[in-house]
Design a protein around this ligand. Structure first.
Ligand SMILES: [Zn+2]
Length: 270
């Protein structure tokens, strides 16, 4: 009994000490995000195509010069064949994709997921990343979300910035959009950076529903960033905070191979 009592008291002391330990107190809280890296020297693959209504080529023509101005080297392709080129993918730091719907072959899907898992970053916006290859659930597992509806088509709505301490969100403020308000099915294992609330004006059963607009996540060693904004390129360019968030997401995701994994609280259900 004495031994057991001694053991219990020692355990309690240890637990009390652990409860007061600053390192343990912060162990499950969000770590301070690293400052954003630069794109200098990064090798980027920009793929575009799919449904023409999202002007994939216009997106490519706008973003590629900006990427090059930041010091990145860009390879672009209006198809997904590069994903199956293992030697090429091993040299790529970041894939930016602007391909709505369309299809991907099994080999391309496997090659893309292998690269992201190994540390290549992945970025896209609107339908170009999260309404691509609808029949590929393995691909959706990597992106962290899937478009399912935009009630009312072009509507007025607000985008709210959350997780304001994240390096991607520094200095950004909530803003109004007149565009497609994407209703997404979202992986709970993401860090949400922006949200929007649905009014229910078109579909009354979703009144007050808050849905993520932008997030960052990991797919094993690869950083993934997504924003649902950008039905038209002008909708991004006209909103500096919307554009800045994507540009910073690009910068952040380009560094998976060079920086440690950020830790954040994974949402759980009770
Ligand atoms: Zn659209």
């Amino acid at each position: 009994m004495k031994t057991r009592r001694y053991f219990l008291s020692k355990t309690l002391v240890t637990l009390a000490g652990a409860a007061l330990s600053p390192s343990l107190l912060t162990a499950h809280h969000v770590e301070e995000p690293l400052p954003l890296p630069t794109l200098q020297g990064r090798k980027i693959l920009f793929t575009y195509g799919g449904w023409a209504g999202h002007d994939p080529e216009t997106n490519k023509d706008y973003f590629v010069p900006w990427l090059e101005e930041q010091g990145a080297t860009v390879v672009s392709a209006n198809h997904t064949a590069p994903y199956a080129d293992e030697a090429l993918m091993d040299t790529i730091d970041l894939v930016i994709q602007s391909i709505t719907m369309s299809n991907i072959t099994r080999e391309e899907e496997k090659g893309l997921l292998r690269a992201i898992s190994n540390g290549t970053g992945m970025v896209g916006w609107h339908g170009g990343l999260c309404d691509s290859f609808r029949s590929s659930t393995a691909y959706q597992y990597m992106t962290g979300g899937q478009f399912v509806a935009h009630p009312g088509g072009i509507v007025d709505y607000q985008v709210d910035i959350v997780n304001k301490k994240d390096a991607i969100n520094q200095g950004l403020s909530s803003f109004q959009m007149k565009s497609e308000q994407y209703y997404m099915h979202v992986d709970p294992n993401v860090k949400v950076l922006a949200t929007t609330k649905f009014s229910g004006a078109n579909d009354p059963w979703i009144e007050g529903c808050v849905v993520p607009v932008a997030w960052k996540k990991m797919f094993n060693n690869g950083r993934v960033f997504y924003s649902s904004l950008g039905h038209e390129l002008s909708h991004l360019i006209d909103k500096p905070d919307a554009l800045a968030m994507i540009q910073r997401g690009i910068t952040w995701a380009s560094a998976s191979k060079y920086e440690p994994v950020e830790k954040w609280i994974n949402p759980v259900y009770y």
